[in-house]
Design a protein around this ligand. Structure first.
Ligand SMILES: *Cc1c(COP(=O)(O)O)cnc(C)c1O
Length: 442
């Protein structure tokens, strides 16, 4: 593909964020030129049903009229203004209204910054250094949070990338998601040293993994008991799994919350907020430094406000998102069932992941036991039949209010055909099966 070749000469891997390169599924990514509603169009003029949703932000779909109008109006007034705007206060007010645990909020430009800043604040407020997070969780690419679980009984983090000093992650503990007993054990041993527990209330970056009943509640209890701050990373789940995010859906109140994605309506944004006494420690109200030249950017704030306003408008859009998600999950399960292929669909609202696994997927280890080759083969077939699904078995697919039932059914039909074409070589014509099952080197 000429566009990809050209991009790879000047951009590492040809993309500005790794998953976009299609390394996990093989082949070349389609280069995109426009989005409209629930569809994107590539440079060859091919229309695809979009289940990527820009990796989470586009809960209204592409070019929602209210978002486009808000952006046009802001463009007429300027881009970056270099001073506070009332729209920033309005966005902060909307967020605090939707999430009662968020009493004050600071806008930043990415989810990475939000999580990184929460960690700094938690360490400052508690006077402790240790952070507890969960294997398969993702909290952006800041050094301290780019840790992975060490081997054996050690829970101390090891660098998750070259360039991350061991010293920077030595205070990052990494435990299996949904394993409350392990977390309680770590607290019993060193709870007084842990500044924060950082958790996605629904994991979305090992594919979708819902919290086991009692997991978030247990973390809340033990964090309170040890004076540790509970931080919910709701960069994906905020305004996605319900108007009040995961904290409302599961009824657990965090001390701090990270946001991003949907609150920027498709423009770059992040935010963090929480208890007033904590947020008042952020500069210039308090001593904990955090800043950003383009933080609270007028265009991102305008798009975010329009998006949140639309989500708060009657009729409540969340039942519809729930129904669309349920329809897609049921359709994928039925298609796999008809072919006798083991499939576990994990879904919370309008975010879902189909794992080619017979057993329940409850953490990173079980997610990784799914059949990734089969996912890659199905992904290629899906794309060939007009569906743009996240190009990794460990990403969430997203639906939006722009998806109708017909679009969902199109995704299901394409999945069924792609799956039928991805069966073992014995069941297929030799060349096509071989070609489909062989992941190509991107
Ligand atoms: C996307 C994401 C982030 C990082 O946000 P960026 O805007 O990409 O920096 C952090 N946490 C979670 C849970 C995410 O899904």
């Amino acid at each position: 593909m000429a566009a990809f070749e050209r991009a790879r000469l000047r951009i590492p891997g040809g993309v500005n964020s790794p998953v976009r390169a299609f390394a996990a599924v093989g082949g070349s990514p389609p280069f995109l030129v426009r989005g409209e509603g629930c569809r994107v169009t590539d440079i060859d003029g091919r229309e695809l049903v979009d289940c990527v949703g820009a990796y989470g932000p586009l809960i209204l779909g592409h070019r929602d009229p209210a978002v486009v109008r808000a952006l046009r109006e802001q463009l007429d007034r300027g881009t970056a203004l270099g001073g506070p705007t009332e729209a920033e206060t309005e966005l902060a007010e909307r967020i605090t209204l939707a999430m009662p645990a968020v009493e004050m909020v600071r806008l930043v430009s990415s989810g990475t910054e939000a999580a990184m800043s929460c960690v700094r604040l938690a360490r400052a407020a508690t006077g402790r250094d240790r952070i507890l997070m969960f294997d398969g969780g993702y909290h952006g690419h800041s050094d301290a949070l780019l840790a992975q679980a060490g081997s054996g009984v050690a829970t101390l983090g090891i660098p998750g990338s070259p360039g991350v000093p061991a010293a920077v992650v030595q205070d990052t503990l990494v435990l299996p998601y949904n394993d409350l007993d392990r977390a309680l054990g770590v607290f019993a041993r060193e709870g007084e040293r842990i500044a924060a527990v950082l958790v996605e209330p629904v994991a979305g970056n090992m594919g979708v993994v819902a919290p086991r009943p009692g997991f978030l509640e247990g973390l809340r209890r033990v964090a309170t008991a040890f004076g540790t701050l509970l931080v919910f990373d709701e960069v994906i789940t905020g305004f996605r799994v319900g108007p009040g995010g995961g904290q409302e859906r599961f009824g657990v109140r965090p001390d701090l919350t990270c946001l991003g994605k949907i609150i920027g309506g498709g423009l770059p944004i992040g935010a963090y907020g929480g208890r007033r006494d904590l947020m008042e420690q952020i500069a210039p109200a308090g001593p904990v430094y955090q800043a950003g030249t383009l933080s609270g950017h007028p265009l991102a704030v305008a798009a975010g406000l329009a998006t949140l306003a639309r989500l708060a408008d009657p009729p409540d859009p969340y039942p519809r998102l729930e129904a669309l998600g349920a329809r897609l999950a049921a359709g994928l399960e039925a298609a796999a069932g008809a072919l006798g292929v083991p499939l576990t669909v994990n879904r919370v609202g309008s975010m879902l992941t189909p794992y080619f696994a017979a057993a329940p997927v409850t953490d990173h280890a079980t997610a990784r036991r799914s059949d990734r080759d089969r996912f890659a083969a199905v992904h290629r077939g899906w794309l060939a039949r007009g569906v743009y699904w996240p190009p990794s078995p460990f990403e969430a697919g997203f639906l939006s209010l722009a998806h109708g039932e017909a679009a969902v059914d199109q995704v299901v039909d394409a999945f069924a055909t792609a799956l039928a074409g991805s069966r073992e070589p014995a069941a297929e014509g030799p060349e096509t099966a071989g070609a489909i099952l062989q992941p190509s080197d991107p």
